[in-house]
Design a protein around this ligand. Structure first.
Ligand code: FAD
Length: 339
């Protein structure tokens, strides 16, 4: 599947806090951005790993929850109309004509940009997928790694696999709408908040949730992407088939620098080496900021990434606007569109 090529000034790989602030910094220098992220939401680690945790070292915010920080960064970027391509990984970055770059995504999107900012953090986030034969035929249809709308599972027979907070919380929540909830875990002990485990245990006693322990997923049964059953097995190999319409595997997120490692950029232990004064990488026109970028004494902090985004945007300006002389101006002087 491939689509027409979209042209932009800057392609940003990663919509974590630093990628989001890079939109603002580029926008202030009149550069349009397309932003790609493997996650189907903005915010990177802040959204995926600790949305409700307060952060204490964001300047001028004595305390701000990670999710609120992301919401505000989204608001700050909005006047510059960034084009987001979420839920897709950048798989290839190749030189194009005129010193430009072609960014290709797993969803077949092709973006032709004058410059690229890699703000990929610790790599693309993705669900840990269970190693089951034919899994991809069911994914997105009857196997899901996240719950968007509880109501989608109303009246369904749901198998939830995993032993952490997501498995326990969704078992409790979906027990209110699903016709049957079965929780598959390889041991009796769950690694979730104790009060949630107590609530789940009560629902088990009430007959609203069935425990399938100690079992692991071993196979899927069904046709054309529609599940009819989930096979589970003990470590001793004793098998059972659970009649089911839906499987929700909650085995956490994995992070993987993935294809970025193959783009020929200078690397130092899974990080992209940059010149800190410009955030330029070893490839002309490709810049890296935030957790993925490294240089001597680099501090992996959000505030460091914000400053790097500003450095990169100023270094990119002459590439996008070669005929304009960039006069440094404060935001107080030039203002922000619509503000
Ligand atoms: P990330 O937030 O990692 O975002 C990178 C994004 O790029 C991800 O969404 C990923 O999916 C995407 N991506 C990667 N590769 C690809 C690809 N090939 N295609 C498409 N998308 C891709 N920092 C602080 O400053 N203060 C704190 O108090 C603090 N507390 C923390 C607490 C926890 C529990 C954790 C885990 C981290 C904490 N951090 C804190 C660190 C902070 O979250 C990171 O420094 C910050 O998220 C880095 O931002 P980023 O935008 O560079 O990368």
């Amino acid at each position: 599947m491939s689509s027409a090529v979209e042209r932009t000034d800057v392609a940003i790989i990663g919509a974590g806090p630093v990628g989001l602030f890079a939109i603002f910094e580029c926008g202030m220098l009149k550069m349009r951005c397309h932003v790609v992220d493997a996650l189907d939401m903005i915010g990177g680690q802040c959204s995926a790993l600790y949305p409700e945790k307060p952060i204490y070292d964001i300047p001028a915010h004595p305390s701000i929850d990670a999710a609120d920080l992301i919401e505000r960064l989204g608001e700050q970027a909005a006047p510059f109309d960034p084009v987001f391509h979420l839920g897709q990984q950048v798989t290839a970055l190749t030189p194009a004509e005129g010193g430009r770059w072609l960014v290709e995504t797993s969803a077949g999107r092709r973006i032709d940009a004058r410059a690229v900012i890699v703000a990929a953090g610790v790599g693309a986030f993705g669900p840990n997928r269970p190693p089951l034969d034919g899994l991809e035929r069911y994914e997105g249809r009857s196997v899901h790694y996240l719950v968007r709308r509880r109501q989608d599972f109303a009246g369904k027979r749901v198998v939830i696999a995993g032993g952490g907070d997501s498995a326990v919380d969704w078992a409790i929540s979906l027990a209110e709408v699903a016709s049957r909830i079965m929780v598959v875990h390889r041991r009796p002990k769950f690694r979730a908040a104790p009060e949630s485990v107590s609530r789940m245990d009560q629902l088990v006693r009430d007959g609203r949730i069935e425990m399938v322990v100690p079992y692991q997923l071993s196979g899927l049964e069904g046709r054309d992407g529609d599940l009819t059953g989930v096979r589970v097995a003990t470590l001793e190999g004793e098998e059972r088939v659970l009649e089911a319409d839906v499987l929700l595997p909650f085995f956490g997120l994995s992070m993987n620098l993935g294809p970025i490692a193959e783009w020929g950029l200078g690397l130092d232990r899974s990080h992209i080496v940059v010149d800190p004064s410009t955030c330029a990488t070893s490839a002309p026109g490709v810049f890296a900021v935030g957790d993925v970028a490294t240089y001597p004494r680099k501090l992996k902090l959000i505030l460091t990434g914000f400053a790097e985004a500003a450095q990169a945007a100023h270094a990119i300006h002459p590439l996008v606007h070669p005929d304009e002389v960039l006069h440094f101006e404060y935001s107080t002087t030039k203002g922000v569109p619509g503000a």
